[in-house]
Design a binder for this molecule. Structure first.
Ligand code: NAP
Ligand code: MG
Length: 509
């Protein structure tokens, strides 16, 4: 069912579809174009965060399954069936794939909602359109890749060719299960690599389905395989494999560091990392009127959207003392009831549960820690009580009186929790914004473009917005400075990062 029809479905219809899908969704490993059990027959429970029930049992891939998939990927790469396919033909497969994702939008959206609790309306409005966009964008880029001819003496021709790397492993997180996986596997495939995805253990269903759609679109079965399993097992085996030439990882900074180590301890494979964040948003003293209102509304969405489970969430609001009281009052007025917890299958609900009960306990624990360090809870700060006790919910939470070195200001909460820090000057705001091991996304709100430019230049992060937050399109490089990572997703540069350059020197005389 496509997006247009899906947008008309009622809560009851989604519930009915979800019940069927829990029975029918494929949960086995996708290897060589077939769904198969793990070699040792292992499975784990896929838990629904709405009520803690078991959705289904998923095959648990391990090293032996990764080895099998890598063998198939190597053969596929060598055969040239995908790696040497004419660019226009590869583009045709990718466009067809994008079309199939659109035709199966409702099913794919539902899979992420039942797996990790994301509101179905967000899936339809945000995730799925961005997924389609991702496949179309990189399809368009395929025959725009060029090499070069360098300056040499007369009797030499020196060319730089770009070629696919070989077998590429992608490891993805659960917060945007399908989209984050596609940000990795699509440019990898567009570049001609044989690609193996290890999705997050909590949310494999949409990744299996999208891989089957790739094959349905005409992609060779050896070009895209999906192996779910625990990170320390399937993920580690992929990242340590001697025949995997690149790992593209999105997830926590902690695991990102391990991936680097695995590379060094194995074959020195290329590693690209998209990791955590602690996004600063600075609100300057000149803010007033319509711009202040828009700043507040954007800040609310910038932290509470997707339950705050966003690497680039604006989790630290750095507010100038002159506008502090007005800002906080407006944030409470507009933000307190903007996001209401409920069944994510209800199209009217905009806040689902966190991904699992461990996350809920961790987030509530961080709120307690903030209180013990002097933070004041202006709203939220708890799990909801209105019949949602079985779910992993946390209600939107605002904490003021936070200091820059407090635990809650230094660590990624990954929940709907915003910290507000008061500052007296631009100098102090910049110092606070940069007082973080992370550097993913930041913003400044001001009517003064000279001041804005100073923030653009001085805040250490990979993506910076002026009078906006969480905006952008496929042309915009997305990725962090510092311990937020070392790579860029989306954008043409990302496609090139899945290719090697080869210098070819021709002596002509
Ligand atoms: P995570 O725990 O680091 O897991 C990410 C992926 O790595 C999962 O597939 C996980 O498998 C796997 N993994 C875990 N341990 C591993 C190991 N030892 N070797 C190989 N793979 C391993 O992160 P998460 O909790 O899923 O996602 C949330 C994090 O992702 C946050 O820190 C967030 O900021 C970050 N994120 C960053 C971006 C970005 O673009 N910068 C985007 C989205 C999310 P399991 O299923 O077993 O855990
Ligand atoms: Mg799950």
């Amino acid at each position: 069912m496509n997006l247009e029809k899906a947008a008309e479905l009622s809560h009851a219809e989604w519930r009915e579809m979800a019940a069927k899908l829990k029975q029918s969704a494929e949960t086995r490993l996708f290897i060589g174009g077939q769904f198969v059990d793990a070699i040792d027959g292992g499975t784990f429970d896929n838990i629904c965060p709405v009520d803690g029930s078991v959705i289904n049992k998923c095959a648990a891939g391990k090293k032996a399954d990764i080895d099998k998939a890598v063998e198939i990927a190597k053969r596929s790469f060598k055969s040239g069936e995908w790696s040497r396919m004419a660019p226009r033909n590869r583009m045709a497969v990718m466009y067809k794939w994008a079309g199939l994702i659109g035709e199966n939008a409702a099913e794919l959206a539902l899979m992420d909602t039942i797996d990790m609790g994301k509101p179905i309306s967000d899936m339809l409005k945000a995730d799925i359109p961005m997924c389609i966009n991702t496949v179309e964008y990189f399809a368009e880029c395929i025959d725009k890749v060029t090499g070069s001819v360098t300056a040499t003496e007369y009797d030499v021709m020196s060319t730089v060719l770009r070629e696919p790397i070989g077998v590429v492993g992608c490891i993805s997180p659960w917060n945007y299960p399908l989209l984050m996986a596609l940000w990795k596997i699509v440019p990898s495939l567009a570049a001609g690599n044989s690609t193996i995805l290890k999705p997050a253990e909590q949310s494999p269903l949409s990744c299996y389905r999208v891989a089957a759609l790739f094959v349905e679109a005409g992609g060779p079965p050896g070009a895209l395989q999906v192996i779910n399993g625990l990170g320390e097992q399937a993920g580690q085996a992929l990242a340590r494999h001697m025949d995997v030439s690149k790992i593209s990882f999105t997830g926590s900074t902690e695991v990102g560091k391990l991936i680097h180590a695995y590379s060094g301890e194995s074959n020195m494979k290329k590693v690209s990392l998209e990791c955590g964040g602690k996004g600063p948003q600075v609100f300057c003293e000149d803010l007033e009127g319509e711009l202040l209102d828009r700043a507040v509304t954007t800040a609310i969405n910038g932290i509470f959207f997707n339950m705050g489970e966003v690497c680039s969430a604006g989790s630290r609001l750095i507010v100038h003392a002159k506008i502090y009281d007005e800002f906080v009052a407006k944030f409470i007025e507009k933000g307190k009831d903007a996001y209401i917890c409920g069944d994510p299958l209800d199209p009217a609900v905009n806040l689902g549960p966190l991904v699992d009960h461990q996350s809920q306990a961790r987030v509530l624990g961080m709120i307690d820690k903030a209180k013990s360090e002097g933070g004041r809870i202006l709203f939220g700060g708890a799990a909801p009580a209105n019949g949602l006790e079985k779910g992993a919910y946390v209600i939107p939470t605002m904490i003021t009186g936070v200091k820059s070195n407090d635990y809650v200001a230094q660590n990624e909460v990954f929940g709907p929790v915003v910290s507000v820090i008061k500052v007296e000057s631009d100098d102090e705001a910049i110092e606070v914004a940069n007082n973080s091991v992370y550097g993913l996304q930041g913003s400044v709100w001001t009517d003064n473009y000279r001041r804005a430019m100073r923030y653009v230049r001085e805040i250490e992060c990979g993506t910076f917005l002026v009078n906006a937050f969480e905006e952008g399109d496929m042309t915009q490089p997305f990725g962090g400075y510092k311990q937020s990572g070392n790579a860029k997703d989306k954008c043409f540069e990302s496609l090139l990062s899945y290719m090697n350059t080869k210098a070819a020197w021709f002596r002509l005389n």
